[in-house]
Structures are given as structure tokens and as C-alpha cells.
Design a protein around this ligand. Structure first.
Ligand code: ZN
Length: 452
């Protein structure tokens, strides 16, 4: 499968514009871990890819957790004594504490104040706050706005409902030749925040579109879930099936100007960990590999000890390390079309490694085979002849049935696509043969014979 090659034929600028447009479309929706905001978001994704939507009833027990009541909101405001909306949910959905219980009451500022949240260090930004598991009501506002509130009576309204209903998530599955799966997971529960959730949703949706209709080695499963409780719910309902997951990626925060960060799976040295690190290293942008830690996004659930799945997390700037995180400054100016497109390219590169990473056997292993007489001492025009020959020599030397193409790419320092291109050529030239999947490595080595 030549996913990356095909991708590189496309116009990256146009791809970036499209990714950004989808994030822009989803930006105004007031999402939460349940309710119509996440339904609307999943419906928009479903317009692009075949998404199966599941509804799980409030009160359903999922491991140590319980699916909460469903939250929906129509309006929220604080009106001053003149009836003017000084804080208005209609202008920005971050103004309401996410999961705020309903309230309609006139009250003095001192009664209102404990329910107001701001960030004194960033006086122009509105914080994003939630109260999912402790019933509370509240408003988030800029610190400057908070300071401007004068003593007096305020008319406070949160027109929300918190009632028995459902938790909603979406899933999209593309079968491959193998039932072994690659999992791509995104959280879809944040309201108007662009990098934190929309960048991941947009890139994952496009990745699914790119895989749709292709002949795939692995089966691919994309899940779009509310953070934490959604991943827990999905895992609880698929406890047996997740044994098929061979590789997984949580995608989030991949639209900003930061370099790439890949957080390794709990196991730390799985194929996805190595593939992600390899692709990032050669992507032309700064990148860093981080060790696993039990906090972050939904990799926490996938990597909990009972599952211990090979799932890592791909980000640009790491959550919590940039001031815009969980504030109104994580807006559509904070993400960029080209950054989204380059992130998608890294994801495509990782899938390309997973799809093509196999072991091969050198069929002429006694001394170097003579490349010239097989017309293999020539350039294919892809890279410099030096790099191409180098890749062929590395492949011939290390293809003993034990080393995978990723092993060879890592050891040679050459990018995986260069190694992969050379593999094709050497197979055509009769010098390499793939070791059949599932074939024991010992027999592969024993199969080397001088007669070839
Ligand atoms: Zn977040």
C-alpha cells in the first residue's frame, strides 16, 4: 500500500484549508461529555465517513464508573441591574461552567462571586472549566470582565437540563486483510476549543477518508468519544474485541505552531512507538518522544494495566504546557491550516510504516550481489543515487528474515519510504523475498540458501 506516496501527490495547501474549514464548522458547537453538542459533532463527522453512533444510557456501569446524566444547554447569562447581558453564553459557550446545573435567580454580587471563574494572569482570556461529577453552576469570564462587575443585583440564568439520557460516541471501521486492528481515538467533548479536540477530530476524519476504499493490511477503527468517560465506556463495551488492537494512536492538539510530541505507550517499545518516533524524526519539523505517564488523554484508559494496549498519543504542543490550553485563546487563530496538513502527513507516514513494515530475506546472501548486471545500479529518480544505493545495500545486508524494514530504516538512518522504495525494486530484481506473516523467524533464517 502506497498511502504516503499517493498523499504526497496531493496539494498540501488545499488539504490544510479543508482540515481548517472542518474545525471552523465545528468550532461554535457547545460540546460536552453528553448531550446534543457531541451528537451534532458526530453527525458532522458522519457526513464524511461511515460512522456508527452508539447511545449508552445514564446509569450504565462501566468498570468503576457510571454513565452520568445527560447535559443540554439552550442559554445562559448574567444580566446587570439595567437588564444588559454582561456575561452571555450566546457570545461564547465557554462562559458557562460546562455541566452547569440550571438556575434562575436574582442575587447580589457577593452571592454570585463564588460561582465565577477567571484567570488573573491572563486577564483577557476566558477559562474553560467543567464540573461533570459534582453538581454545581457557574460562569467563566475574563478577569477584566470580573473586575468590572459592580456591586448590585444580578439576574442569573443557566437554562440547562441535567437529566437521565445517554452518552454518545461514534465509531468507524474499515476491514483489512487481517482482523488485527489499528485504533485511532479522539476526544470530542470540548466546546469552542480549537487545538484541544477539534484539530484531532479534523485530522482523524481526513485520515479515515484517505483509508476508505483502500486495500489495507490491517483493519482500522476510528473512535470519537467524550474524554475519559467515553473511552472507559467504549472499552467496557468492547472488552473482548480490543484484544485485536495491534497499534493505536490518540490524536489531539495537532493544529498549533509547536513541534511534534509523541507520548509512548505504557509498554514503551511497541511498533507504534517506534513508527511514530521514526516518522517524526524524518518529518522536517522539531519533535520529541516522551515517556508514558498515567495522565494526559485517553491513552490513560487504553494503557491501564488491565488492557495495556499498544496505544500512544500524538500531539504538537503538550497539553498544559502552553498558556492558551483550556482557555478562550485556544481558538481558530491558535491553529493553522498548514500545521493541520503536516500533522495529517505524519499520521499518514505512521500508517504507511505499519502497513509496509515486514521482514524480507536476501535471496543472494553470500557476498554482495552484483547490482549492475541486474540494472539495479541506477537511479529511479526519486532520491540521489547515493541514497538509493545506500538503501539497497542496507536492505541486502540486514534482510536476514529477522530485521523488519523499520529496523533497517532505524539502523541505516534512512527514512522508511526510502527503504520501502528500495525493497520494491530489490524484490522485482529477484534479490529479496518477503517473509510470510506469521512465519517463524528461525525458519526464515534457515531458508537462506546459496542456490538462490
Ligand atoms: Zn482538554
Amino acid at each position: 500500500m502506497r498511502l504516503l506516496k499517493d498523499f504526497d501527490q496531493k496539494d498540501l495547501t488545499a488539504i490544510g484549508k479543508e482540515l481548517y474549514r472542518f474545525a471552523t464548522d465545528l468550532y461554535p458547537v457547545c460540546r460536552s461529555i453528553t448531550g446534543d453538542g457531541i451528537r451534532q459533532t458526530l453527525a458532522a463527522i458522519q457526513n464524511r465517513i461511515p460512522l456508527q453512533i452508539s447511545e449508552v444510557a445514564t446509569g450504565t456501569e462501566v468498570f468503576d464508573w457510571t454513565v452520568p446524566k445527560e447535559w443540554n444547554i439552550r442559554d445562559a447569562y448574567i444580566k446587570d441591574g439595567h437588564g444588559k447581558r454582561v456575561v452571555d453564553f450566546q457570545r461564547c459557550n465557554l462562559h458557562v461552567l460546562n455541566y452547569s446545573t440550571p438556575i434562575r435567580k436574582k442575587m447580589p454580587l457577593r452571592e454570585l462571586s463564588p460561582h465565577l471563574f477567571s484567570i488573573p494572569e491572563r486577564p483577557d482570556w476566558i477559562p474553560y472549566r467543567t464540573s461533570y461529577y459534582q453538581e454545581n453552576w457557574g460562569f467563566c469570564l475574563s478577569h477584566n470582565q470580573m473586575l468590572s462587575l459592580e456591586d448590585g443585583e444580578y439576574d442569573v440564568c443557566v437554562d440547562s437540563t441535567l437529566a437521565d439520557g445517554h452518552l454518545t460516541y461514534g465509531e468507524c471501521y474499515f476491514p483489512g486483510r487481517s482482523t488485527d486492528e489499528v485504533l485511532i481515538s479522539c476526544h470530542a467533548c470540548h466546546p469552542s476549543l480549537a487545538n484541544d479536540n477539534l484539530s484531532g477530530l479534523s485530522v482523524a476524519t481526513s485520515l479515515a477518508q484517505l483509508l476508505s476504499g483502500r486495500k489495507l493490511r490491517y483493519s482500522y477503527r476510528f473512535v470519537f468519544v467524550p474524554g475519559t468517560i467515553g473511552a472507559i465506556t467504549w472499552l467496557a463495551r468492547n472488552q473482548e474485541e480490543v484484544a485485536s488492537i495491534r497499534h493505536g494512536l490518540v490524536l489531539t492538539g495537532i493544529g498549533d505552531n509547536g513541534g511534534f510530541h509523541y507520548k509512548k505507550s505504557r509498554r514503551g517499545n511497541t511498533e507504534i512507538d517506534r513508527a511514530a518516533a521514526h516518522v517524526m524524526k524524518h518529518c522536517g519539523e522539531p519533535s520529541e518522544v516522551l515517556d508514558f505517564s498515567p495522565y494526559g488523554y485517553d491513552e490513560r484508559q487504553y494503557c491501564s494495566p488491565g488492557f495495556n494496549l499498544p496505544v500512544g498519543c500524538l500531539m504538537r504542543s503538550v497539553w498544559g504546557t502552553f498558556p492558551e490550553y483550556h482557555t478562550s485563546a485556544d481558538n481558530l487563530d491558535f491553529i493553522h491550516p498548514m500545521q493541520l496538513a503536516r500533522s495529517l502527513r505524519v499520521c499518514v507516514g505512521i500508517v504507511d510504516v505499519l502497513e509496509n513494515n515486514r521482514r524480507y530475506r536476501n535471496l543472494s546472501p553470500y557476498c554482495e550481489p552484483q547490482l549492475g548486471k541486474r540494472n539495479l545500479y541506477r537511479s529511479t529518480g526519486g532520491e540521489s543515487i547515493g541514497t538509493e544505493i545506500n538503501a539497497r545495500l542496507w536492505l541486502l545486508n540486514l534482510s536476514d528474515g529477522e530485521n523488519s524494514l523499520l529496523d533497517i530504516a532505524e539502523r541505516s538512518g534512512l527514512p522508511f519510504p526510502t527503504i520501502n522504495n528500495a525493497t520494491e525494486l530489490l524484490c522485482q530484481g529477484g534479490l529479496l523475498a518477503a517473509v510470510h506473516e506469521g512465519e517463524a523467524s528461525e525458519s526464515a533464517t534457515a531458508g537462506i540458501s546459496p542456490k538462490h
